[in-house]
Design a protein around this ligand. Sequence first.
Ligand code: SF4
Length: 261
Amino acid sequence: MIVCAGSKTCSFGVIENKSDAIEMAEFLSSEISLDNAMVRMNWSGCPKGCGVHGIADIGFESCKAKDAEGNIVDGVHIYVGGKITRLAKEARTLHKSLPITEAKYHVKYLLKNYANYKYKNESYEAFDDRYLSENYSFQALRFYTKVNYVLNEKLDLDIELVFDSEPTTFRKENLEIFHFGLKLFRLLTGENRYTGVEDFEPVLIRPRKLTKDEVSKLNPKVPYELSEAIYMMTHQDNKVRARVFSEILVKLESIITSPEL
Ligand code: SF4
């Protein structure tokens, strides 16, 4: 990981940076085992970008953020997908203004996904070109890290939503939402949402009548907001079903900031 000077020696630095980066690196090393891998991570202490986070596989720009209780804490914007080898490309913002205590888990899930599906000796940049950006929308990646943070770190459910070894949703957000919703329903309830699904539409023979709190009723550990999100993702009428991840991400944010959870 490349890190700029940070607030200890640079007056522009928003947070200390170097110690935060060491802590993040130690956390990631303890959580993820990566063999024959190469991930470029760059961290800048302010928008001036001396840590060149814009060309990183996973980049950070320091900022101040609000934690779940509304306190102002040290944070980062997370960037992904910068390219320097074959085609220069600026990294895109995956998440803005996350407390570092949350951000490290998003990076953990990015690396877990890489560890799950990379080829031997494949760099993150090559993996992104071949598998990630080729098969999934950027919004799906945003949802993937956020929902896993909510499921595991916020709700302590020990359940992980994973991408597919052979993806079939063609970077189409509406298909990804339905597909992930079905997976979440199954993971959280142990049951199938529909008796069958063909071409990303439910087979409506004896459709179960669901209410928004159905997943919470089947699994009391699931808060209403998550149950409602899955209801929106898997609704039998595709005109009513959520079509963009931003609708669902709002629900996940409300779980993160809920004072009761
Ligand atoms: S990115 Fe900002 S904090 Fe880091 S060295 Fe440059 S000016 Fe200083």
